[in-house]
Design a protein around this ligand. Structure first.
Ligand SMILES: NC(=O)c1ccc[n+]([C@@H]2O[C@H](COP(=O)([O-])OP(=O)(O)OC[C@H]3O[C@@H](n4cnc5c(N)ncnc54)[C@H](O)[C@@H]3O)[C@@H](O)[C@H]2O)c1
Length: 237
């Protein structure tokens, strides 16, 4: 399938690691021009513009959008786990707020500043990385689940709000992906998981499809990548 991404201008937040790094690589392979916004430094050998900054800092997001110039696509991959394995009654206000700030407010700021820069694009699109945690919960992940559920609804609300500007907004919602984040969260348990695990490149493929003009009819959706997990009934058949 021809994605028609060659020459398109793409801004990726969180492009230094994991899903974001795989997304940058996939866009470059399609011939896109990529700008990254990440709080971490980038590798020296990548042909991308790199802006060091925090997605919760509006000035950094503005700087990254300005560095990218006229945009066709923005992808929000930056995210943190927040408190993991912590009961809701023990989560500090600061930890909860920071988790929502990075995972939800950061996506909002990306869209807020990227959308106006897409005015001249023939096929403008925004794709957020949410999570299956926007639909299902495991114990000890309250802040992350709340933030990711917020990203799913942010996607719908922005799709409606930006319709007049022709900007499509969708999100991908993967279950566990083999990245530094998931390995740090799960520790030794990662290598003995009883469920299948995505590779970052698998998620990147879905992101590219939703960002590309070939998915023109898809708007305001949350693409679950969970090996059918959410489809399973608890009925003991
Ligand atoms: N790994 C998983 O199992 C999994 C599953 C579902 C969803 N996700 C989501 O995918 C996205 C990417 O996660 P990953 O697993 O690739 O993690 P990762 O830790 O490998 O990469 C996250 C990237 O985001 C950057 N980042 C974090 N906070 C930032 C901030 N405030 N400002 C700028 N950059 C920031 C980090 O520097 C890093 O480069 C996240 O939103 C995460 O919630 C991950």
């Amino acid at each position: 399938m021809e994605l028609h991404l060659s020459g398109r201008s793409v801004l990726v937040s969180g492009g230094a690691s994991g899903i974001g790094a795989a997304t940058v690589e996939a866009f470059l392979a399609e011939g896109a021009a990529v700008t990254v916004l990440d709080r971490a430094a980038g590798p020296d050998d990548l042909p991308v513009r790199w802006v060091r900054g925090d997605v919760t800092d509006e000035a950094s997001v503005r700087e990254a959008v300005a560095a990218a110039g006229p945009l066709d696509i923005a992808v929000g991959c930056a995210g943190i786990s927040g408190p993991m394995g912590v009961p809701a009654t023990d989560i500090t206000r600061d930890d909860f707020t920071r988790t929502v700030e990075v995972n939800l407010t950061g996506q909002f700021l990306l869209a807020k500043h990227a959308a106006p820069a897409m005015a001249a694009s023939s096929a403008p699109a925004i794709v957020f990385v949410a999570s299956d945690s926007g639909f299902v919960a495991a114990p000890g992940m309250v802040a992350y689940c709340a933030a990711k559920g917020g990203v799913v609804m942010l996607t719908r609300a922005l799709a409606v709000d930006l319709e007049a500007a022709r900007v499509r907004v969708n999100c991908v919602c993967p279950s566990i992906v083999d990245t530094p984040m998931a390995r740090a969260d799960l520790g030794a348990a990662f290598d003995a998981l009883p469920v299948p695990v995505h590779r970052p490149a698998d998620v990147a493929r879905s992101i590219l499809y939703l960002a590309a003009p070939v998915s023109a009819g898809i708007n305001g959706t949350a693409q679950l990548l969970d090996f059918g997990g959410l489809a399973k009934s608890s009925f003991p058949a």
